[in-house]
Design a protein around this ligand. Structure first.
Ligand SMILES: N[C@@H](CCC(=O)N[C@@H](CS)C(=O)NCC(=O)O)C(=O)O
Length: 230
């Protein structure tokens, strides 16, 4: 691909998927313009750039869009090589992709279930979430051994970018259910990855603000619960 001149990211501040892309671009030192979308009133530009899913994030390279955060991450990794976010070894690379997919398929959807439910259903969803976090920790420890502080080793890699972007989300979930979902004792490597990631100066102003997210989640939750009761 020819050298990219203009990079634009269409996103929304509370979206973990968008934070993932922000953080990857920041780590690679890519200069880009950010466009905040109102997801209740999507712009014509966004609908034109992502006509299939009509979702953020969308990364636009000299007018050409790439959608879906994991696809965008792979694109960013191949376009801007340094610092690498994926290991060189093909087997390890496959494992990183496997665990990234596990987070997307198993962990992320349950966080919405926790937020939007109550009582017994919420307890069950929380237990499932914690079990998946533990499975993830064990799998990573086994297949991608690291001395930390990141899953990727001394420097953050793709899995650190993904769990790091969920930092505020983990705190909000813990607040909602009164259970630490990122327990230092139970998931030490995930805990260390997130704690080290949010300490990186380069991602500080693109991290999701916890207080604002907490407020947003309470509003979403109240609406969802009111509609199931009415
Ligand atoms: N699989 C997509 C998910 C993106 C996604 O769900 N984006 C949400 C914001 S967190 C969105 O744009 N929602 C608007 C809508 O569903 O209409 C990805 O990984 O990029």
């Amino acid at each position: 691909m020819a050298e990219v001149k203009e990079v634009k990211l269409y996103g929304a501040w509370g979206s973990g998927y968008c934070a993932i892309v922000h953080h990857a671009l920041r780590l690679k030192g890519v200069a880009y313009e950010y466009v905040e979308e109102d997801l209740q009133n999507k712009s014509e530009a966004l609908l034109g750039l992502n006509p299939v899913h009509k979702k953020v994030p969308v990364l636009v390279l000299d007018g050409k869009p790439v959608s879906e955060s994991l696809v965008i991450l792979e694109f960013v990794e191949e376009t801007w090589k340094e610092p690498p976010l994926l290991p060189e070894d093909p087997y390890k690379k496959a494992k990183v992709r496997f665990f990234a997919d596990f987070i997307y398929q198993k962990i992320m959807p349950i966080s919405y279930a926790i937020i939007l439910s109550d009582g017994e259903a919420q307890v069950k969803a929380t237990e499932e979430f914690i079990e998946h976090m533990s499975t993830l920790e064990k799998g990573i420890q086994n297949d991608l051994p690291s001395n930390g502080p990141f899953i990727n080793g001394e420097k953050p890699g793709l899995l650190d970018v993904i769990v790091g972007a969920c930092s505020a989300g983990f705190r909000v979930l813990a607040d909602l259910v009164g259970v630490e979902v990122l327990d230092k004792e139970k998931v030490p490597l995930l805990h260390s990855s997130v704690a080290s990631f949010i300490d990186l100066e380069v991602i500080k102003d693109t991290a999701i603000p916890y207080e604002k997210l907490l407020e947003r989640v309470h509003t979403m939750r109240e609406k969802a619960l009111a509609s199931t009761k009415s």
